[in-house]
Design a protein around this ligand. Structure first.
Ligand code: PNS
Length: 168
């Protein structure tokens, strides 16, 4: 059985992430989508909320499981017998960071391969950060997020921007 892990912050999951998950699910027997901590980011949603979003948008994918983990990806992959890390690769700016992470993960766990799936052209510039920025300024993000999570996203963005207003 070939098991892959697709790690990320998923804050929140976008249509670009979902596209990668659907494509990875065709390549592996099992895909574990694992919500992890990026120490450089301050998330808008809790780990449990992000996991819940992923569960609802991946419900149609029989061989996809959702999990979360607060430690190292290489450790998680070993514990769960994952042979491959799946990553989505967008415009050139992703490359350097992803290349470095792939090297580190392979040093930590030499049996682990990183496999990069190139983003579909319509998702090339899509990121959770960009969606949050657009949402904060009231722009339409409906084509960028899975419809199941849109209302909860807008609600949280509204609360966040109200709190920022009150801080002034
Ligand atoms: O969606 P992101 O924020 O680009 O995902 C980055 C993530 C969460 C995959 C990365 O930060 C990560 O692997 N975090 C777990 C800790 C770890 O193993 N770091 C890699 C060694 S530097």
């Amino acid at each position: 059985m070939r098991i892959a892990v697709y790690p990320g912050s998923f804050d929140p999951v976008t249509n670009g992430h979902l596209n990668i998950i659907e494509r990875a699910a065709k390549l592996f027997d099992r895909v574990i989508v694992c919500v992890m901590i990026n120490s450089g980011k301050k998330p808008l949603f809790s780990l449990a909320e992000r996991e819940g979003f992923l569960r609802s948008v991946c419900a149609h994918l029989q061989n996809v499981e959702i999990d979360s983990y607060g430690g190292l990806l290489a450790e998680y992959a070993k514990e769960h017998r994952c042979c491959t890390i799946i990553k989505g690769l967008r415009a050139g700016s992703d490359f350097e960071k992803e290349f470095q992470m792939a090297m580190i993960n392979r040093k930590l766990n030499p049996d682990l391969e990183s496999l990069f799936l190139t983003a579909e052209h319509q998702y090339m510039y899509l990121s959770s950060s960009a969606v949050k920025e657009l949402g904060f300024y009231g722009a339409d993000v409906s084509g960028l997020l899975p419809p199941q999570i849109l209302q909860q996203f807008l609600q949280r963005i509204r609360n966040t921007s109200d709190n920022k207003e009150n801080e002034k």
